[in-house]
Structure formats: structure tokens, C-alpha cells
Design a protein around this ligand. Structure first.
Ligand SMILES: Nc1ncnc2c1ncn2[C@@H]1O[C@H](COP(=O)(O)OP(=O)(O)OP(=O)(O)O)[C@@H](O)[C@H]1O
Length: 461
């Protein structure tokens, strides 16, 4: 029984007003204030406009309990006029808590290392990007800062942020990610900053062992993931061996599980300042978390019913496996719903195109694996769906991945909704484990009374 729900299977999801695809170098800034074009008049009422967000943000940033709160202005943080110009051009008004606390430490001399944790969407990128851009000697054309991220999508985003924030400086930035369609080596020799994934940068180091000998700042974004997964962590350690010992090490993430903290301190040895959150502070309060129970054979039906809500703004559906993501795309298409899948098995150019179109609002609903669970910042994502609950290889609840996945919405003061599809005892157990670890309560919305469920979710958006 699904109340009086009727599914609009033919609803268009491709925005007619979205700009044409642009090359990677001219992507909009990752903080993109570009609103996803409204799907219809109703969606205008439902979703926060950019000006509404700005008004709300002024209140939020004045609340001492908010992670976006700060007392100081950007001027008081000792940034150069070129960087202040860059920040204000991006419509930043006040720093967030992590920016206000981390920047004075990161910019002080002699440089000190930092292990910094702050909730998803609270501006960690700007904290390390401003540090990098402040520490470069622009008269020396050599790599002086490197930043590593676990996935190409995130590395490309950070590259865009550096270029946007540093556009009034003379910063030269190189993106070091794999390009399956080119045999040309990536030349970073006369760049100031190299941003990339560990595998590609490590290969570049092997070709030129002197490449990183002038590096002064080494950033690991999503540091717990970079150090916690075998392959990535080996590569990071090897890259570190090419970097001078006295470089400044900056490790950021929204999550730092206990077992990684010791490793992180060793990586940032001999000494690092630490800014860590308590377990109950980790999730963003503006993300309303729900779950829907159903039998495994009805999961797709749940997605189809959520589709109208998902496509009003933009959404990401997370699946455990690549083939599940592809199947969801295919089966949703058969139901008349456009969902595009993105995962690591695709060609790199295809991945870039899909991500660019999602940023531009041309693609409304993305189904993906954990490849975009961390760091991806698209302001208009208002809903995240866990089609499969996050689990590690051994089938245990993966709390960190849950935090990062739902953190793709609710960015910097915006509201967001997450929905877990619970299809049996094991996914319920995973959810309960996560609830306990994070000291949160995920609320149920009933699939059997869809009208009521839809009302609840719309209100939460
Ligand atoms: N001081 C600020 N004022 C306004 N917007 C800001 C400010 N700082 C950052 N932002 C914007 O907030 C959004 C989220 O920032 P960012 O991507 O750095 O978050 P994060 O903390 O790195 O999140 P995650 O843990 O998910 O990687 C971005 O769009 C960014 O441009």
C-alpha cells in the first residue's frame, strides 16, 4: 500500500538552461554558488536559494556552537591582499571555526604540522589551500607544495579551488591524475603546486627523483583514508621519502578513527598540533537522517518513489559495487528516470565528463560507489541515498564512510537529507552500529504510507 502516490516517470531531469560542458581547466569553482536550475515552480519553494543561504549563514556563523562560528575576520588571519581578494571573490564573508583556529597555527613560523579534524563541508580545503598559497615563493618556479587526495574527482576539485582562490597570485598548479587517453608525461617541473592522486605522483617521482626536493608543504586530504588503506598509504609513505624532512605536514579529514591517529602522528613527526572532534560532534546537525525499511526486492521501487524528491535539486545514491551502480542506472532508466552512474571502472575522460556535468547541474541524480564519498563539494546536493549501507571488506559497518557519504549534502550551512534503505537484518545492524558510534538517531519514514513519508522528507529538505 502506497497511499495516493503517483510516480511521474517522465519528469525531465536535464536542465535546459545548464551551460555547455567546459574543459577541466575552466570548471566552476568548487564552492560554486551557481544554483542548480529549478526543475519547476514547486522546487523554487522547496529549496534554499543562494540569498536565503547567505542570510541563514550570517546567523549560523554567529552561533558559538556551530562549526562555522568564528570571532575573527579573514583580515585578522594574516593573509596577503591577493588571497583576501580571492576569498572575497568567492563570496566568503567570515572564516569557519576550523579556518579561524587552523590558519594562525599553519601560517606561523617556524611552520608546524597539523592533524586537523572538522565536520564535512566546514571549509577544510580553504584552510590548507590558503596555507599553501601563503607559503609559495612565486619567484621560484619549482614544486613547493603538494596535495594528495584519494580519488581523481577530489584531486580535480582541489586543483580548481587552488586556481580559483589563487587567481590573484601567480600560482602555477599542476594536476597529477591518470589520463588514459594520453601517453604524454605530466610535467610539473616549473609548477609551484602539484595536486593529485598518490599513484600518479609517485610515478612522476620515480621518473624524476628531484621533483619534490623543494617542497615546503605536504597536504594529505582525507588523511585517515590515505593512511588507512594499504595501497594509498604505501604510496604516500614513498612520496614522503622524496620530500625534505623539514616540510610542513598538514593532515585533514572529517574523521580520524582512533586506530589511525597514531599512524597520522608518525606521518606528521616529529610533532604535530592536533585538532580533533569528539564522537558526538562528528556529524553535521543540519543533515536530517532517515531510513526506509523494505524487502530486498523492493529497493529499486523505493528509489523510484524517491526520485521526484531526488531530482528536484541534486542527489547522490551510493551503492556498494560498481555493477550495482550500473544496474541501478539501467533499471531506473527502464522506469523512465534518468540516473547516471560514476565509478572507477569507467574511462577517465568519461568520469571527468560525468562529474563536470553533475557540477553544472546537467545531471541531477548520480549513482556512485565510494569513489565520490569523500570531499566532493556540490552545493546543490540536497539528498544522499545509501542504497547499500556502507560496509568494509569484512562486512562490518563502516562508520567513517557513512559520515563522509552523508556529508555530500548539508555543505557549509545548507540543509540536507540522507536516506538509508534498510533491506533486512544485516543492514539494520549496520545502521544501529553507526547510530551507537556517532551517538545519533536515524528516524524511520514509512514506505507503506508514502504520502506521509514524502511530506516528512520534503519538510526536511
Ligand atoms: N569561510 C567560508 N565562507 C563561505 N563559504 C565557505 C567558507 N569556507 C568554505 N566555504 C565553502 O564551503 C564549502 C565546503 O567547503 P570544503 O569543501 O572545504 O569542506 P570540507 O570541510 O573540506 O568538507 P569535506 O570533509 O566533505 O571534504 C565549499 O563550497 C567552500 O567553498
Amino acid at each position: 500500500m502506497h497511499g495516493g502516490f503517483s510516480l511521474d516517470l517522465k519528469k525531465p531531469v536535464t536542465s535546459p538552461t545548464a551551460a555547455d560542458s567546459k574543459p577541466a581547466d575552466s570548471l566552476p569553482a568548487a564552492n560554486a554558488t551557481n544554483e542548480a536550475p529549478a526543475a519547476n515552480a514547486e522546487s523554487n519553494k522547496l529549496f534554499e536559494s543562494e540569498s536565503e543561504v547567505q542570510i541563514k549563514l550570517a546567523d549560523i556563523q554567529a552561533d558559538p556552537n556551530s562549526p562555522l562560528y568564528s570571532v575573527k575576520s579573514f583580515e585578522e588571519l594574516g593573509l596577503s591582499p591577493e588571497l583576501l581578494q580571492g576569498i572575497y571573490d568567492m563570496k566568503f564573508i567570515k572564516p569557519s571555526k576550523i579556518q579561524e583556529r587552523a590558519l594562525p597555527l599553519l601560517l606561523s613560523n617556524p611552520p608546524t604540522n597539523l592533524i586537523g579534524q572538522s565536520q564535512s563541508g566546514t571549509g577544510k580545503t580553504a584552510a590548507f589551500v590558503l596555507t599553501i598559497l601563503s607559503r609559495i615563493d612565486y619567484s621560484v618556479d619549482k614544486p613547493q607544495a603538494i596535495c594528495l587526495a584519494p580519488a581523481r574527482e577530489l584531486a580535480r576539485q582541489i586543483y580548481d579551488v587552488i586556481r580559483e582562490m589563487g587567481k590573484f597570485t601567480k600560482a602555477k598548479v599542476t594536476l597529477a591524475v591518470r589520463d588514459e587517453n594520453s601517453n604524454e608525461p605530466i610535467n610539473a617541473l616549473d609548477s609551484h603546486i602539484v595536486v593529485g592522486t598518490p599513484g600518479t605522483l609517485f610515478n612522476m617521482c620515480k621518473t624524476n627523483r628531484q621533483l619534490l626536493k623543494s617542497v615546503k608543504v605536504f597536504v594529505l586530504d582525507e588523511a585517515d583514508n590515505m593512511l588507512g588503506s594499504q595501497g594509498l598509504s604505501d604510496q604516500c609513505i614513498r612520496i614522503k621519502s622524496f620530500v625534505p624532512r623539514d616540510a610542513q605536514y598538514i593532515l585533514f579529514s572529517a574523521t580520524f578513527p582512533d586506530q589511525i591517529q597514531l599512524f597520522a602522528s608518525k606521518f606528521a613527526a616529529p610533532k604535530a598540533n592536533e585538532m580533533l572532534l569528539k564522537a558526538q560532534e562528528v556529524t553535521v546537525k543540519d543533515i536530517r537522517q532517515y531510513y526506509i525499511s523494505c524487502t530486498p526486492d523492493r529497493k529499486l521501487e523505493v528509489l523510484a518513489m524517491l526520485y521526484d524528491l531526488m531530482s528536484l535539486s541534486q542527489s547522490i545514491i551510493f551503492a556498494h559495487r560498481r555493477d550495482t551502480a550500473d544496474n541501478i542506472m539501467k533499471l531506473m532508466e527502464e522506469k523512465g528516470n534518468t540516473v547516471v552512474s560514476l565509478h572507477g571502472k569507467q574511462d577517465t575522460a568519461e568520469r571527468d565528463r560525468i562529474m563536470d556535468e553533475f557540477r553544472e547541474g546537467k545531471i541531477k541524480v548520480l549513482v556512485s560507489t565510494n569513489v565520490i564519498s569523500r570531499g566532493i563539494d556540490v552545493a546543490q546536493v540536497s539528498m544522499v541515498v545509501n542504497y547499500d549501507m556502507p560496509m568494509d571488506a569484512a562486512g562490518r559497518a563502516d562508520t567513517e564512510t557513512y559520515v563522509h557519504r552523508i556529508g555530500r549534502t548539508g555543505r557549509f550551512g545548507r540543509s540536507g537529507v540522507s536516506v538509508n534503505i534498510i533491506d533486512g537484518a544485516s543492514s539494520l545492524e549496520v545502521q544501529q552500529f553507526i547510530e551507537n558510534e556517532l551517538d545519533i538517531k536515524v528516524k524511520e519514514v514509512s514506505f507503506d504510507d508514502w504520502e506521509e513519508a514524502e511530506k516528512t522528507l520534503r519538510k526536511a529538505l
